[in-house]
Design a protein around this ligand. Structure first.
Ligand SMILES: [Zn+2]
Ligand SMILES: [Zn+2]
Length: 80
């Protein structure tokens, strides 16, 4: 009995099978839905049943105001 891959909906064979979020995946299909980097099962963040890396999850769904402002401005010279 095999379930289709939750990422691409194709058959998952045993050798390439990965179980995460109670679904079967190809190892290469278990990746961030945004930046496409491969994820370690158990380390992913989940939004609407899609896996995300911590970075993309924080950027897309994290608390508002976390990354407000221009980061380059922080590194400007401090005059003393
Ligand atoms: Zn797949
Ligand atoms: Zn990502």
């Amino acid at each position: 009995m095999s379930n289709p891959c939750a990422g691409c909906n194709k058959t998952v064979y045993f050798a390439e099978r990965l179980v995460a979020m109670n679904k079967d995946w190809h190892k290469v299909c278990f990746k961030c839905a945004d930046c496409k980097q491969t994820l370690t099962p158990g380390k992913q963040s989940v939004h609407e049943n899609k896996p995300y890396c911590k970075t993309c999850y924080g950027r897309n769904f994290g608390p508002k105001g976390y990354s407000s402002g221009n980061p380059s401005a922080v590194n400007s010279y401090v005059s003393k």
